[in-house]
Ligand binder design. Structure first.
Ligand code: DQA
Length: 144
């Protein structure tokens, strides 16, 4: 049985209330449900965690080794700043897909750079909350 980890970084607990013109009206719970519904027919399990703290996200990435087949990760603003998260991803063999709800390339220039993308398997950007589902489908189709 496959097992995936859905990880969300800072401020993503505010989805649904936070800048709905940029991030839409769905909550993190809605997103979790959507991803679960993609995985369920294939008997894939999903664990989901959100943190506003870089160190906590790093701990969870380390703990994912040997436990999950893949990680779907929206690192929020840490995407653009965190060498520590990049090193955490590099330290494990579990593949990570970086997801952004908004099209970061259409936004401020500081959002155009990802510290993490070079150590992730891939990146899904600007497809709204569907990006999370698409990442789950990638893992299913890769048969991980
Ligand atoms: C985000 C994009 C980031 O630039 C921003 O800091 C977020 C959300 C997205 O999902 O579009 O918190 O990761």
């Amino acid at each position: 049985m496959g097992k995936l980890l859905l990880l969300n970084g800072p401020n993503l607990n505010r989805l649904g209330k936070r800048e709905p013109d940029v991030y839409g009206s769905e909550t993190l719970e809605d997103i979790e449900k959507k991803v679960r519904s993609v995985l369920e027919p294939y008997q894939y399990q999903l664990d989901s965690s959100q943190s506003n703290h870089e160190g906590e996200l790093i701990d969870w990435i380390h703990e994912a080794e040997g436990k999950y087949h893949g990680i779907i990760f929206n690192p929020g603003a840490y995407t653009h700043t965190s060498i520590a998260l990049r090193d955490a991803i590099s330290s494990i063999t579990v593949p990570v897909i970086e997801v952004h709800i908004s099209n970061v390339h259409k936004r401020e220039s500081f959002r155009h750079t990802s510290m993490l993308a070079p150590v992730c398997s891939g990146q899904i950007v600007g497809l709204g909350t569907n990006g999370y589902r698409l990442a789950a489908m990638y893992f299913l189709e890769s048969n991980l």
